[in-house]
Design a protein around this ligand. Sequence first.
Ligand code: BTN
Length: 270
Amino acid sequence: MEDPIIQQMLADLNLPAWHYYEEVGSTNDVALAWLEGGAPDGALVIAGSQTQGRGRLGRTWVTVPEAGLAFTLILRPDAGSPLPPERLTALGTLAVVQALERGYGLNAQIKWPNDVLITGRKVCGILVELAWADDRLQGAVLGIGINVGRAAVPPSHLLRYPATSLEEALGRPISRWEVLRQVLEAYLAWRAHLASPEFMSAWENRLAFRNEWVQIEDGLNPPLIGRLVGLSPAGHLHLHLEDGRDHWVTAGEIRPLESSFAESSGGEDA
Ligand code: BTN
């Protein structure tokens, strides 16, 4: 029953192809199979709910029917636009942040590398997966999960990071498909400009915790503490350490240093 509404929302975006599933395991899995089967750049998989949704580092991502928005875009290197793998997660986070700014007047920020925050709480997570044949990039899938309705946010004891929903932030319910459209519009505007300096500065300008003291955990080493300066051209996080040295972080989990939040993510189980 959702198809006609989605059809109406997406009608003028000129997407090459899309599929809506009321329920799937993971939209990323469906998209990876479709990529393998020859899906075009810009093809889209949307799900009403997911039973095997996943996040970064093997975590579970829960998509609640009606309340969660889950979709995955397919990107191909042969589409006439550059496809720098290190910028794809940023493409997702930037598209979501701009959609929330433009569509709803929300001040959202990017929690590097793959989350979107509103008022310091996670509202969206991005999972990019690459498909290789030998050492040639076949393509990528860019999965986006957004807590639209309040019911999309799991109980707090299951959260790794405080979470919120768009409904909570706005104080009113909104349509998942309207949010989808807004994100796709922002996505399409950046897709051909991933390699541009404008993309880098739009990304950097929306980083959460800029000029603040943060802690980075990589699960292996003791937490690293520093003041967040910005991004390197490669998209690494530039920190100014306590001893005055500069340091570039390639991977890890970032938290504000003086976090008053409980140890606990959004739509995301531990
Ligand atoms: C994270 O927070 O670690 C990333 C969460 C990514 C969730 C989205 S929902 C659509 C797509 N399908 C998945 O299984 N995961 C991504």
